[in-house]
Write a protein that binds this ligand. Structure first.
Ligand SMILES: Nc1ncnc2c1ncn2[C@@H]1O[C@H](COP(=O)(O)OP(=O)(O)O)[C@@H](O)[C@H]1O
Ligand SMILES: [Mg+2]
Length: 242
């Protein structure tokens, strides 16, 4: 018997608009990601990477097919149950950090936990532990505009990881970072994966994709290739698929 994947996309489609101007952003994508598995998604701009990730995180609604998170069909859930799964099971890292400017680093990390009913004091303690884990304890009481881009992104990742989320989705989280900070961010994601989370990372940089167990290539809304990390390097070195 095989375990239920943390994330399963089945014949997933997403069409924006209708009629002659309709955009078929995803055209029947099948993908399973298990606990402890780190999958990188690569592909040209406009190939559907962000669409795939927002659907997987329950931030967008599919036109067809299914998204299952820990066996729950997101399309069949009530709004309240979907919101609960988004908060408790899914950690989402956005390209532009999305920290709340009026809250400190620790408050930003604690917020989703408090929304989930965790006592403020406990949420604060968890947030400080998360900051400690990423080596940013000294930033606890700083506001986003008092931090560098790399620091903000690591705080955003701590926010996505706090509270044992089993599915971590990151959309080009290294976009604006220098390579050293980018590697630190990848190390964090990799560690969480090794602790049992399922991680899906969208990236256009092969050096970051090299941290993954598997690389999935999207083109025009379709998965055109899937490869284990070892062979991914060979494939990427060829430069054929980007
Ligand atoms: N809200 C939207 N309305 C209309 N078209 C969209 C919307 N979001 C994405 N698209 C289109 O869907 C396709 C896939 O976009 P996206 O998933 O953002 O690609 P990627 O992240 O790979 O660059 C693109 O053609 C894009 O223009
Ligand atoms: Mg994108």
């Amino acid at each position: 018997m095989t375990a239920t994947p943390v994330l399963r996309l089945a014949a997933l489609t997403r069409v924006h608009g209708s009629g002659p101007t309709a955009v078929h952003a995803l055209k029947g994508v099948d993908l399973s990601v298990h606990a402890g598995e780190f999958v990188a998604v690569m592909g040209p701009s406009g190939s559907g990477k962000s669409t795939l990730l927002t659907l997987a995180g329950g931030l967008d609604t599919a036109t067809g097919g299914q998204v299952l998170v820990e066996g729950h069909d997101l399309g069949a859930l009530s709004r309240a149950r979907l919101a609960k799964i988004r908060r408790t099971s899914v950690g989402y890292v956005f390209q532009d950090y999305n920290l709340i400017p009026a809250l400190t680093a620790a408050e930003n990390i604690a917020l989703p936990r408090e929304l989930d009913g965790v006592a403020a004091r406990t949420a604060r303690r968890e947030a400080l532990a998360a900051l400690d884990e990423i080596g940013l304890s000294e930033l606890a009481d700083r506001f986003p505009d008092e931090m560098s881009g790399g620091q903000q992104q690591r705080v955003a990742i701590a926010r996505a990881l706090v509270g044992e989320r089993r599915l971590v989705l990151a959309d080009e989280p290294t976009g604006a970072l220098d390579s050293e900070t980018g590697e630190a961010v990848l190390a964090l994601l990799r560690r969480r994966c090794d602790e049992g989370a399922a991680v899906v990372l969208v990236t256009h940089e092969s050096r970051y994709a090299a941290w993954a167990d598997r690389v999935v290539f999207l083109r025009d809304g379709t998965i055109v290739d899937q490869t284990a990390a070892g062979s991914a390097e060979t494939l990427l070195a060829g430069g054929g698929t980007r």
